[in-house]
Design a protein. Structure first.
Length: 390
């Protein structure tokens, strides 16, 4: 039974007729395999008679059309395609839209017979649309596995020697020329740069201190390693001082405070060798620093209220005193009780006083000349406490 296969496109139709090989698998298949090709016909729109032939014609048509389509789309000319082993079907480009398909007689296979104007089987001029419809019909044939399955198209890549660069030689050589010129200019620029002189490091030369002062970094707290270049102290300056203290260079000692001075000053002392510091006068300032009195009435009244609250919080749990006790108390601006002094004999003879619990016990040190306010504090035997400005 003859098997007919048709691959149709708008401008081209490819018809193949043949037989099956007669195998059992082919008889059981709904669509039998066409393994023996008897005839091949190619119908092109506008052509009265189709291009026809046997297996040799069909195989040559497939190879020629596929190779020419690759050359046309890639733009790479393949000279070996026109060599001595060319088939009976040939394709040549006439202009941008026309392609000539030539079919040689079956008994000839040399392109020289075309040059000798010999008789040809057929000659057809195809447009680009007709050409690509023919290419699509051949692709449909190769996609059909039930038609000539042993026939396959062997496509090989074209060698690079046939590829011509689109850029001119001058444009391609320009980057290399620019690179070489830049390298030469850079070499000339580095050649003109003078070689830097290398000097060995020198040991530092100690410079004398013209001012007679040690300008080194002072060591806080007196701890750490000693100064490697000590400078003797002059005019009462300590090592590390840069400005002399007015008190340290004064030849006249500060006058001794009078007994009526503020308790923030030096406590009252006697010139008698038997006299010792009184234990009831505590927290008073050093003799070198004079406290600045607080004169603002509003601030004095505020500090008096703070002192009264502190004393009331201490004496409310204490038993009343036996006799009236009078003290002169110094209070700082933050309300801290920094010192007190006994002002009558009963207070002097008393070993314990409620004020000792309120005395400020600093962790570090307070400012040496901070402003103070003095108050008269009287503890009465009836348990009342009177706090009035001094």
């Amino acid at each position: 039974m003859t098997i007919r296969r048709q691959y149709s496109l708008p401008n081209c139709t490819l018809v193949l007729e043949g037989l099956s090989d007669g195998s059992a698998a082919s008889h059981l298949d709904i669509r039998p395999v066409l393994s023996i090709l008897m005839s091949a016909e190619c119908y092109v729109t506008g052509l009265g008679e189709p291009l026809s032939g046997g297996r040799e014609f069909f195989e040559s048509l497939v190879r020629a059309v596929s190779s020419y389509a690759q050359e046309f789309m890639s733009g790479v000319h393949y000279p070996d395609r026109y060599g001595p082993n060319v088939g009976m079907v040939q394709l040549h480009r006439i202009d941008g839209n026309l392609h000539r398909l030539t079919v040689l007689p079956a008994e000839t296979g040399s392109p020289s017979q075309i040059d000798q104007k010999t008789e040809l089987s057929a000659k057809v001029d195809l447009t680009t649309v007709q050409l690509f419809d023919l290419v699509e019909a051949i692709d449909q044939f190769f996609a059909d596995t039930q038609t000539l399955p042993e026939l396959s198209l062997q496509l090989t890549p074209i060698s690079k020697r046939y590829v011509k660069s689109a850029e001119p030689l001058a444009k391609r050589s320009l980057p290399a020329v620019v690179g070489v010129s830049s390298l030469a200019l850079a070499a000339m620029a580095f050649f003109l740069v003078p070689v830097p002189e290398v000097q060995r490091p020198r040991d530092p030369v100690p410079q004398p201190n013209a001012g007679g002062q040690n300008l080194g970094t002072p060591n806080p707290g007196g701890s750490g390693s000693p100064d490697p270049n000590p400078t003797p102290a002059a005019d009462g300056l300590l090592p590390g001082d840069q400005t002399p203290n007015a008190e340290s260079i004064s030849p006249t000692p500060s006058p001794a405070p009078q007994p009526d001075d503020s308790p923030s000053a030096t406590p009252q002392s006697s010139t008698s060798p038997e006299s010792t510091p009184s234990p009831v006068s505590e927290g008073l300032a050093s003799p070198e620093v004079a406290a600045v009195p607080i004169t603002d009435p509003g601030e004095i009244e505020q500090l008096r209220g703070k002192l009264s609250q502190q004393i009331d919080g201490v004496v409310k749990d204490k038993p009343p005193v036996d006799a009236e006790l009078v003290y002169r108390v110094s209070v700082a601006q933050d309300g801290a009780l920094v010192g007190y002094k006994s002002e009558n004999s009963a207070a002097v003879d008393r070993s314990e006083t409620p004020l000792s619990e309120l005395l400020y016990k600093p962790v570090g040190s307070r400012p040496p000349a901070e402003p103070l306010a003095d108050f008269r504090v009287v503890f009465a035997p009836d348990g009342t406490v009177q706090v009035t400005p001094w």
